[in-house]
Design a binder for this molecule. Structure first.
Ligand SMILES: NC(=O)c1ccc[n+]([C@@H]2O[C@H](COP(=O)([O-])OP(=O)(O)OC[C@H]3O[C@@H](n4cnc5c(N)ncnc54)[C@H](O)[C@@H]3O)[C@@H](O)[C@H]2O)c1
Length: 268
């Protein structure tokens, strides 16, 4: 059921690769709620993924951009404002990648060039997106900007490797830039800390299936799905969440507040 929560709002959605992507589900839901947007992803992902399928179903234009490249981001914002016919109300940054995780490097044997790449793609790009938006004066008053995080920013999950540092940085950038944009333009900036979710990025973490099962049993509501994350994203882009900013919002079925659960005791 749709509520027209995003009627008339314009935005940019980063990170829809295939139908499992959190950004894919979010794009569908945003469309359902009346929002219009451009879709963007790294040029290589445009070739390998299915984003044009999504674009057709959402009447959205695809604009290639490497989220670490300022020139690409400037082009993305300029074109988006032109195509959408006005400034931006919402941005979903659903971008993450670690070469160290992808290539299964142990935490005691990290490649530091790759570590920097992890930070650049998965965290610094969030700052680059907001700095570009600010310099181009591309955001509307009371806009909403979201990044997607994971609880490994606060607690250790060994196989999450250098992505844990990237998420800690991402959440910190949300606070610092949230202050700045709030003062400037009443724009809010938050991160949503999502349950493990079966996507390309999620499945790339070693031992993900066990990880997923453990989190499911540790959460009284079970793992939050990508579809329910999309619902939460819509809420955070809507006018119903105007005074929420600089927060890391747990969307995890209760995982982060659970010590142990009966399901886990039974399993042991
Ligand atoms: N899947 C999970 O378990 C989980 C849990 C918590 C948070 N998250 C976060 O959610 C976000 C979305 O991931 P997902 O799980 O939907 O997986 P996904 O693999 O579908 O999406 C990740 C996206 O990042 C894009 N990307 C990578 N490098 C890029 C670059 N240089 N420029 C632009 N885009 C680039 C990829 O092309 C892809 O579309 C990520 O930040 C991820 O860390 C995922």
């Amino acid at each position: 059921m749709a509520y027209n929560l995003l009627q008339g709002k314009k935005g940019i959605v980063f990170g829809a690769l295939d139908e499992h992507s959190i950004a894919w589900k979010a794009a569908k839901k945003i469309k359902e709620e009346g929002g219009s947007f451009t879709l963007t992803n790294a040029p290589i992902a445009l070739r390998m993924g299915k984003i044009y399928e999504l674009a057709a179903s959402c009447q959205a234009t695809v604009i290639p951009a490497d989220a670490t490249a300022i020139a690409d981001l400037e082009q993305l914002f300029k074109e988006s404002v032109e195509i959408l016919g006005g400034k931006i109300d919402f941005i979903l940054h659903a971008v993450g990648m670690s070469p160290n995780v992808r290539k299964n490097r142990s935490y005691g044997d990290l490649n530091y060039d790759w570590f920097l790449k992890t930070l650049d793609i998965s965290a610094l790009s969030f700052h680059k997106v907001m700095q570009t938006a600010e310099k181009l004066n591309a955001m509307n008053e009371w806009g909403s900007i979201l990044g997607l995080s994971y609880i490994a920013a606060q607690r250790t999950f060994p196989d999450y490797s250098d992505m844990a540092q990237a998420k800690a940085m991402l959440e910190s950038i949300a606070r610092s830039y949230g202050y700045r944009l709030g003062k400037q333009n009443n724009v809010r900036v938050n991160t949503i800390s999502q349950s493990p979710t079966h996507t390309k990025a999620g499945n790339g973490v070693p031992g993900f299936d066990k990880f997923y099962e453990y989190a499911h049993k540790m959460s009284p509501l079970g793992n939050a799905s990508a579809a329910s994350c999309a619902d939460y994203i819509v809420l955070m882009f809507s006018d119903l969440s105007r005074m929420v900013t600089m927060q890391n919002l747990m969307h995890d079925g209760g995982f982060s507040s659970s010590g142990i659960t009966e399901d886990i005791i039974q399993m042991l």
